[in-house]
Design a protein around this ligand. Structure first.
Ligand code: NAP
Ligand code: G4F
Length: 344
């Protein structure tokens, strides 16, 4: 039985990856941070199948202990301060977790078991102000946020430990991937959650920032399969994982309303742009400049050719299916919330 250690296990990707590895017969260990309230987050439903270890990416001693306890064959480093907007408010914490934290875990591997295989959660955010369209493994990086800069350090130190010490380290340069377990601060889940609340009459409109921003959106369940595949190869390498399609935030919102049976039409421009319900004439979407970023990544679209050819990876969940799943799940969750509130 293979053993895997996952950092960030209770996050979105950690939960889908845990399910995948358990299905494959792995013994799964996961790192949690100590909080005042015990919270297994997205792995609550499978918590009895996981060995939890309390540790923190900023504390190398705790990571060495975790490696000693788990003795893993594979480590998946998914832990991060992963919300780009927060990285301007907490630039130092972001660097300590997302940049230096990577050196901490690589050092822990070097000390405890250098034969252990390592996956680093790199990101399309490193392409930032894009230097080529589409972006692939050879596209130069130009990060646009403290998060992007910190992740670029994590990316290079992963490559450096491969070249310096012969560790089996891989970076997955993953484009945006979403799903029913996505945090509600990210734009896709914010949209599907608010669409559900509008549909059920709890909220009257959705406020967004830059609706022109374009992203290459896939589903997390497909992307964690690529992480696993990277660690099953004969040689370590870095791979772009993406769909090759790009859509604006406006397109995402329109699709989400569609899936809830609401037709929305956009008019106006800049901060005056609005989205109107075609049937009722009500304004359902407005722009709020408080969601604008100090520096924006305007457009991302990845080329997944290398991952498809070398890993045999292919996504299975289309954009349409993903939005449909997210909206349907949020409608169910909001209905549950309403039932619970009515019983109080
Ligand atoms: P997520 O849902 O925000 O999960 C992040 C995880 O990191 C959480 O479990 C969090 O634990 C943990 N964490 C944060 N700080 C930590 C620390 N100091 N020590 C230990 N654990 C810590 O993120 P995700 O969407 O699953 O993404 C997984 C990884 O992929 C991240 O590294 C992210 O930057 C990267 N990535 C994501 C995407 C995407 O579109 N989703 C794309 C490219 C790359 P708490 O619950 O305690 O906060
Ligand atoms: O959903 P977002 O916050 O994701 P972002 O910044 O692309 O970052 C995500 O993907 C990265 C991969 O490229 C990951 F590395 C990272 O960890 C994270 O998972 O924002 C997407 C776009 C941005 O351009 C933002 O300005 O949506 C725009 N946006 C417009 N209105 C908004 C909003 N974003 C948020 N969060 N909230 C809004 O109201």
């Amino acid at each position: 039985m293979k053993k895997a250690l996952i950092t960030g296990i209770n996050g979105q990707d950690g939960s889908f990856l845990s399910e995948l590895l358990l299905e494959k017969g792995y013994e799964v260990y996961g790192i949690l941070r100590r909080k005042s309230v015990v919270d297994y987050g997205n792995v609550t439903h499978i918590k009895d199948k996981i060995h939890f270890i309390y540790a923190d990416m900023t504390d190398v001693v705790s990571l060495i202990k975790a490696l000693n306890i788990a003795q893993p064959d594979e480590v998946y480093n998914l832990a991060a301060q992963s919300f780009v907007a927060t990285s301007w408010d907490q630039p130092i914490a972001t660097a300590e977790i997302d940049a230096v934290g990577v050196t901490n875990i690589l050092e822990a591997i070097r000390v405890v078991n250098p034969k252990c295989r390592y996956y680093q959660a790199s990101t399309s955010e490193m392409f930032g102000k894009v230097q080529a369209i589409p972006q692939d493994e050879n596209t130069p990086f130009y990060p646009r946020s403290p998060y992007g800069v910190a992740k670029l350090y994590g990316h290079w130190i992963t490559k450096n430990y491969r070249e310096s010490f012969g560790l089996f380290t891989c970076s997955g340069i993953l484009f945006n991937h979403e799903g029913e377990r996505r945090g509600k601060e990210f734009v896709t889940r914010k949209i599907t959650d608010t669409v559900a609340r509008i549909k059920l009459g709890l909220v009257d409109h959705l406020e967004l920032g830059n609706m022109d921003a374009k992203r290459d959106w896939g589903h997390s369940k497909d992307y964690v399969r690529a992480m696993w595949l990277m660690l099953q190869q004969d040689e370590p390498d870095d791979y772009v994982v993406a769909t090759g399609e790009t859509r604006s935030v406006r397109d995402f919102a329109k699709t989400a309303f569609d899936k809830a049976g609401i037709k929305v039409e956009f008019s106006g421009s800049g901060v005056d742009e609005i989205g109107t319900d075609v049937n009722s004439g009500k304004v359902l979407v407005r722009v709020n400049p408080k969601f604008f970023r100090p520096a924006e990544v305007e457009m991302l679209v990845g080329n997944p050719k290398k991952a498809e050819e070398k890993l045999g990876w292919k996504r299975e969940i289309s954009f349409d299916q993903m939005v449909e799943r997210m909206v349907a799940t949020d409608i169910t969750l909001v209905k549950q919330e309403m039932r619970y509130a009515s019983q109080l």
